[in-house]
Design a binder for this molecule. Structure first.
Ligand SMILES: [Zn+2]
Ligand SMILES: [Zn+2]
Length: 755
C-alpha cells in the first residue's frame, strides 16, 4: 500500500476533470480524494503501486476532451487508510490560477440529446456539458464559476441543479448548464427590433433565409450575417449592404458529407474541420460545386466550417447545403456581440435577427486555418484556441505586448506561458481601439497579473503604440516589427537563436523610418541585425499605393527602365491610363509623398499589376493572393536579380522587373509569369540565406510575415532551404501575419529588458 499526492495544473476546471478522476480512481480500485485548490487540482491516492502507476498513465490518455494538463507534480504522501474515493466539494469550485478553456463546439453526446425527441433538451439551442460549450466568451472574471459568467442571470431548475451537483453526471459543475425550463431562449426579430410571434423562431429564420433574406444570427463569440450560399442575388445583396466587395465569405455546412461536396479534403484537413475547435478551414473548392460564385471571387479556395453551437446545428438542418456565415460587422469594425448593438449597427444590413438572451461578454471571431507544408497554419487564431497559452522556453517577467496596427492581437505572459488574445482586428477606428482596451483588461483580470513591461511597435502612429505609451507603472519597450515576427517563431519553437530570419510581409516600420518588408535578419530574442533586404523602391502616394497596386508597378517600371518604360506594351496599360502611371512615376522619382520601401508585399503588388491581374485591391493582400492563385505550377525558369555587396546586402529587383516585362510583351501568359516570379523568390531568398550562413555560420532559418500565407512560397522555401541543409522553423501556433506579432514583441521585450 502506497499513497501519492498529485498537483495537476492546466485547463482542469469546468471541464469535467474531477468526475473523470473520481471514475478513474474507482475503476482502478484506488481510495482517496480530489479537490480544486488555488494552485490546481489536487488528488490524494492510496492503493497498490501498479494501480497508482496505471492511474498516472490513464490520466493523460483518457482525460476529458477539453482538459489540458500543463504540469503534474507528484510526491509520496502519508497513507491515511481511507476506505473510499471522494470528490471534496469546495464552496468555490474554481481558482484564479487555473486556466480557462476556449469555447468549444457542442459535443457528440449533447448533439445526440439535441436530436432525441425523448430527451428533455430536445431541440434546445443552448444544450452543453462539461465537454463542450461556451467558456472564454461568457466569463467576466475568475474563478470560473457561474456567478462570473453571463449565466448568472439564469437560476437552474431542480433537474439542472441535480445534474450540476452530481459528481457522476456529465454536467457536474457545468457552469453554463441550462434547459428549456430555466435557461436562455431564442427570439426572432425584424430589423426594427420587433419580435416575430412564431413558435419556432429557428425554423422561421430558415424559411426567410431560403427566400433570399439576410439574417443576423447570434453565435458564441459574436453575430454572424447569414444568407443562403446558393443564392447569388442574396450573396450580392449582402456584399452591397456590408460594403465588402470581394473579400471571401466563409461557408457553414451541415456536416462533413456536405463539406466534401463543396471542397476537396485530405484526411488532415478533414480532421481539422471536424475538431471541437471548429475553425474556418481553407480547402480547394470542388469543380462544379453549387455555391454562388460571388461567395469567393477570384479564389480557388473556400473557407468552410461546421456548425459549432446547437443553434447552428438546428438552423443548418433545415435543409441548407451551405450558408454564408460572415462576421456580423460593417467592413472593418469589430464583430457585434450585444443585441441592441447588433440591431443598431446591423439594422441596415440584416432583414431578420435571430437573437438570444445569453450575453456574450467578450467577442471572439471564428479562427481561420489551413494545412500547408505538413502543419496547421493559422490565418486567424481566435475562437476555439484562445485563451490557451503558448508554452515558452523560459519564465518571463509579466509582459503585456500590444501588437501591430492591422490584424491586431495582444499578448500577456505569466511565468513560462504566453497568452495571445483573440483577433482584435485592424486598429483603424475607435470601436477597435475600445475592443483592445477591453481585451487587455480582461486578460489582466483572468490571469491576475499586472504587467511590469509593456511592449509595442516602433511605429509612433499605431493605435496599439499609443495605447502602450499611455500605460503607467510599467517599463515600455519598443520592438521592431520584423524582429517581432522572427522572435514569435523562436518563441513557439523554444529556440534561443541567433537564427537567420526571413521576415517577408507588406508593411512594417523600420529602424531607419523606411517601410520594411523584404528582410533577412540575424536575430535572437533581445536583438537583431539586418543582414540583407530588397533594395528600396519608392511608394508613390504612400498608403494609396497599398490600395492601388498599379502605383507600385509605376515605381518599379521607373526603377527598371527609367523613361524607357513608356515604349513598352504591357497588360497594365489597358487597366490604367499612361498619364496616371507617368504621374506616379514622377512622384516616385521626386520622393515627395513616396516613402522608400523594401516590402516584398509591394513587389507582389507591382508584378500582379504588371500582369494585368489587379490594378486596385478591395482588401489587404488581394493582389498577392490573386498572383498566387494564378500560378502555373509547370512554369520553369527564374528571373534574374542582382545582389549588391555591403552590410546589409541589398537586392536590386530591376533585372527581375525587366524580365517580367519582356515575358509579358512576348505574350507569355500571366500564369507562367506568376509561376516564374514565385520560383525566383524562392531562389533569391535561399541564395541570401546561403550568403548569410557563409558569414555567420548559422544553420537555423525562421520564416515569418504575412507573405508566408502564400502556400507556394511557404512550401517552396521550406523544401529548398532543407535541401541546402538548413533547419527551417515556421509559424504553427500563431499566424505568420501580424496576428503573431504580439507574441514576438512579448518575448523580445523581456529579453531586451534584461540587458
Ligand atoms: Zn456536451
Ligand atoms: Zn433547467
Amino acid at each position: 500500500m502506497e499513497a501519492r499526492r498529485l498537483l495537476i495544473r492546466g485547463i482542469v476546471q469546468g471541464v469535467g476533470f474531477r468526475p473523470f478522476v473520481y471514475q478513474l480512481a474507482r475503476r482502478l480500485g484506488l481510495a482517496g480524494e480530489v479537490a480544486n485548490t488555488s494552485e490546481g487540482v489536487v488528488v490524494h491516492l492510496e492503493g497498490e503501486r501498479a494501480a497508482l502507476d496505471a492511474f498516472a498513465v490513464a490520466l493523460h490518455r483518457e482525460k476529458p476532451p477539453l482538459a489540458r494538463i500543463t504540469g503534474i507534480e507528484t510526491e509520496t504522501a502519508e497513507v491515511r487508510r481511507v476506505a473510499d474515493f471522494n470528490i471534496r466539494t469546495s464552496r468555490r469550485s474554481g481558482s484564479r490560477a487555473t486556466l480557462i478553456s476556449p469555447d468549444m463546439a457542442v459535443c457528440h453526446r449533447c448533439l445526440a440529446e439535441l436530436f432525441d425527441p425523448a430527451d428533455r433538451r430536445f431541440g434546445y439551442p443552448f444544450i452543453n456539458c462539461t465537454h463542450c460549450g461556451p467558456r472564454y466568451t461568457i466569463i467576466d472574471d475568475v474563478p470560473y464559476d457561474r456567478p462570473h459568467t453571463s449565466m448568472r442571470h439564469f437560476t437552474m431548475c431542480p433537474e439542472c441543479q441535480a445534474e450540476y451537483d452530481d459528481p457522476a453526471d456529465r454536467r457536474f459543475h457545468a457552469q453554463p448548464n441550462a434547459c428549456p425550463v430555466c435557461g436562455p431562449q431564442v427570439t426572432l426579430c425584424t430589423a426594427d427590433g420587433r419580435p416575430v410571434a412564431v413558435k419556432e423562431p429557428i425554423a422561421e429564420t430558415a424559411i426567410r433565409l431560403k427566400s433570399g433574406r439576410i439574417a443576423a444570427v447570434k453565435g458564441l463569440g459574436g453575430f454572424h450575417l447569414a444568407v443562403d450560399a446558393l443564392n447569388p442575388e442574396a450573396v450580392q445583396r449582402l456584399r452591397r449592404r456590408k460594403r465588402r466587395e470581394e473579400k471571401p465569405f466563409a461557408l457553414m455546412v451541415p456536416d462533413l458529407a456536405a463539406a466534401r461536396r463543396l471542397v476537396l479534403l485530405d484526411p488532415a484537413t478533414e480532421e481539422l474541420l471536424a475538431s471541437p475547435r471548429c475553425p474556418i478551414v481553407l480547402a480547394p473548392r470542388r469543380p462544379g460545386n453549387p455555391v454562388a460564385p460571388e461567395v469567393a471571387p477570384h479564389n480557388r479556395y473556400f473557407g468552410i466550417l461546421l456548425p459549432y453551437t446547437p443553434l447552428h446545428h438546428l438552423l443548418l438542418r433545415q435543409g441548407f447545403q451551405a450558408l454564408v456565415m460572415t462576421s456580423g460587422n460593417l467592413s472593418d469594425e469589430p464583430i457585434c456581440i450585444d443585441n441592441a448593438e447588433a440591431l443598431a449597427r446591423l439594422g441596415g444590413v440584416a432583414d431578420d435577427f435571430l437573437i438570444h438572451d445569453r450575453d456574450i461578454y467578450l467577442r471572439s471571431d471564428d479562427s481561420i486555418v489551413r494545412r500547408a507544408a505538413g502543419a496547421t497554419r493559422f490565418i486567424r487564431r481566435s475562437r476555439g484556441y484562445v485563451p490557451e497559452p503558448i508554452a515558452l522556453r523560459d519564465r518571463l517577467p509579466p509582459v503585456l505586448a500590444c501588437g501591430a496596427g492591422l490584424k491586431n492581437t495582444v499578448c500577456l505572459t505569466r511565468g513560462a506561458e504566453a497568452f495571445v488574445s483573440q483577433h482584435i482586428g485592424d486598429l483603424e477606428n475607435l470601436a477597435a481601439y475600445r475592443f483592445l482596451e477591453k481585451t487587455v483588461a480582461h486578460l489582466e483580470r483572468i490571469l491576475d497579473v499586472p504587467p511590469q513591461i509593456v511592449a509595442h511597435d516602433l511605429h509612433p502612429d499605431y493605435l496599439s503604440t499609443r495605447y502602450a505609451l499611455g500605460r503607467q507603472n510599467a517599463r515600455r519597450i519598443a520592438v521592431q516589427h520584423h524582429h517581432a515576427h522572427i522572435v514569435s517563431v523562436l518563441a513557439e519553437h523554444g529556440l534561443h537563436g541567433p537564427v537567420i530570419g526571413l521576415a517577408l510581409d507588406g508593411t512594417g516600420y523600420g529602424s531607419d523610418g523606411a517601410v520594411w518588408g523584404g528582410e533577412v535578419l540575424v536575430a535572437e530574442a533581445g536583438r537583431f541585425t539586418r543582414a540583407a533586404h530588397l533594395a528600396y523602391v519608392p511608394m508613390p502616394g504612400g498608403a494609396a499605393a497599398i490600395r492601388e497596386p498599379w502605383r507600385m508597378a509605376a515605381a518599379h517600371l521607373d526603377d527598371a527602365f527609367g523613361d524607357g518604360w513608356r515604349r513598352l506594351d504591357l497588360p497594365l496599360f489597358e487597366a490604367v491610363p499612361v498619364e496616371r502611371l507617368e504621374l506616379a512615376a514622377k512622384m516616385a522619382r521626386s520622393g515627395v509623398n513616396a516613402p522608400p520601401t523594401s516590402s516584398l508585399g509591394r513587389l507582389f503588388d507591382a508584378v500582379a499589376a504588371l500582369c494585368g491581374l489587379r490594378a486596385r485591391v478591395h482588401y489587404e493582400g488581394q493582389a498577392a493572393m490573386e498572383l498566387e492563385m494564378a500560378v502555373d505550377p509547370a512554369a520553369e525558369e527564374c528571373y534574374p536579380y542582382r545582389v549588391a555587396p555591403g552590410e546589409p546586402l541589398t537586392v536590386a529587383t530591376a533585372p527581375m522587373i525587366r524580365a517580367v516585362a519582356a515575358d509579358l510583351e512576348a505574350g507569355v501568359p500571366a500564369s507562367v509569369v506568376a509561376g516564374r516570379f514565385h520560383r525566383t523568390l524562392v531562389a533569391l531568398f535561399v541564395d541570401l540565406c546561403r550568403r548569410v550562413r557563409r558569414r555567420t555560420g548559422l544553420e537555423q532559418v525562421a520564416l515569418s510575415g504575412g507573405v508566408f500565407q502564400n502556400v507556394i512560397l511557404l512550401e517552396g522555401m521550406i523544401q529548398a532551404l532543407k535541401g541546402e541543409g538548413f533547419q527551417v522553423y515556421s509559424p504553427e501556433q500563431v499566424p505568420a501575419n501580424d496576428g503573431g506579432i504580439s507574441l514576438g514583441q512579448a518575448v523580445a521585450a523581456a529579453a531586451m529588458a534584461e540587458v
